[in-house]
Structures are given as C-alpha cells and as structure tokens.
Ligand binder design. Structure first.
Ligand code: DC
Length: 231
C-alpha cells in the first residue's frame, strides 16, 4: 500500500494556504487541518468571556480555562467541507470575521496556548495521511513531515485576494486597511518569541503570486510523485 504522507504547509497570511491544503487533502483523500482555525476558535472563546478586547488581555484567566476549550472539525456533507466547532458549537463563520482576525495574533503569542494547540495537532491521527496548514507546522508541529511547503506571494496580490474574498462575503473594507492588517499580521507572525513564522530549512518555497490554483496543484502533484519515487 502507498505510504500515507504528512504534508506541512506554512507561510504568510492570505497566501491561499488553506485553499491549497484543502485541495491537496481532497485529491489524496487525506485529513485536512487548518491550524489557524484552532487559534481563531480560542480567540473567539476569549472574546466572548471578555478575556481579550481592544484594551486588555487577561492571560491568567485564559490559562485557567485552556483545558475547557474543545475544538473539533466536523464534516458537513452539504458543503463537502469540515467546519470548526468550539465546545460543540459551529463557529466556522464567526472565526473568520474581522474582530477575531484583529485579536488572534495576541492569543497565538501566548506560550501555553501554543503548547496546547501543538499537543492537540499532534494527537490527530497521522496514520491516515494529513495535510496541515499554519505557521509552525514544518518547524515545530511536524518537524519530520514528508513534504514541507513554505508559501508566499506579493503583498499587493495577497491584499487583492483578501479584498475580493471579503467583498464576496458582503464585507466592504478599504483596500489600504486590508494591506495594513496584512502587514501587521506579518510583523506579529515573524517576530513573536515562540515559534515565529520562518521557513524550515528543508521546506520548498512556493511563490504563487502569478500562479492559478490549477498550476499550484500540478506543481504539488509533481513533488508528491517525486517523494514517492524517492527522487
Ligand atoms: O491562517 P490564519 O490567518 O487563519 O491564522 C490565524 C492566526 O493564527 C494568524 O494570525 C497566526 C496564527 N497561527 C499561528 O500562530 N500558528 C499556526 N500554526 C496557525 C496560525
């Protein structure tokens, strides 16, 4: 039987990591985990309890409840997609909103939150084959992943993609504001003390600024074939 692979996709926000990872998982019939959704779900939990707002962050309250936060990915057959559940509630839509996006960098900087997320991510059965996307998957979560991809794209392209994604959802936000939010998240991701975003030494860089999704899929299929053929 063909070996089931661990595929780690890391990179900057709004590069299309999750779209790419989801498609690879579908193609291979593997499990797909959007690790960013887990940090977003923790953030939503903290916002609802008012442990984080625009003025303050109550780290000790968050830590005292960290083990009460349950995150599941539940398959929705109508959408043919997995959706994120926080303590049994479907929060898929809410965690993608601007408010969660504004707070998530702060939550993902908390050492104990990261430790807990990494623990949960490693508990997911890898024997079935897995594609996981995030910031530290190839460096921290699965340093022995079979394939590691580091995704990037130009700032303008990322902002344009995010702008049209939000527009399609009926959210109208100024283009420059989106750009500023992407820059702020890059700075937070690259400069946090623990598990900052960085390319693993053995990761292959994918700059998809000028690539369609189909071109990216052809590219990754070649890499998977090479891996399987031992070249
Ligand atoms: O991929 P995303 O934009 O949904 O991720 C949300 C936030 O979570 C992002 O600001 C960085 C953080 N994150 C992280 O620190 N480590 C991960 N493995 C995934 C996401």
């Amino acid at each position: 039987m063909e070996k089931r692979l661990i595929i780690a996709i890391d990179g900057y926000s709004s590069c299309g990591k999750s779209t790419f990872a989801r498609l690879i998982a579908k193609e291979l019939n593997y499990i797909f985990i959007d690790s960013g959704a887990m940090y977003r779900a923790v953030t939503l939990f903290c916002m609802r309890k008012n442990y984080i707002n625009y003025r303050s962050l109550n780290t000790s309250a968050i830590l005292s409840e960290i083990n009460n936060i349950r995150i599941d990915f539940v398959f929705n057959p109508d959408l043919n997609e997995y959706e994120t559940f926080l303590n049994s509630e479907n929060v898929e839509k809410e965690i993608r909103g601007m408010e969660v996006t504004a707070h998530v960098s702060k939550i993902s900087q908390i050492h104990e939150v990261r430790e807990r997320m990494v623990e949960l991510q490693r508990q997911i059965s890898v024997s079935e084959g897995i594609v996981m996307d995030g910031r530290d998957i190839g460096t921290v979560v699965f340093p022995h992943a079979d394939i590691k991809i580091f995704m990037t794209a130009s700032l303008d392209i990322r902002a344009k993609r995010r702008h049209s994604e939000l527009k399609n959802k009926g959210v109208n936000i100024d283009f420059d504001e989106i750009k500023r939010s992407i820059i702020a998240r890059d700075i937070a991701d690259e400069n946090r003390d623990i598990s900052p975003l960085k390319r693993a030494d053995d990761a292959i860089v994918l700059d998809n600024s000028r690539m369609t999704v189909d071109e990216q899929m052809l590219w990754i299929k070649q890499i998977i074939n090479n891996k399987r053929n031992g070249s």
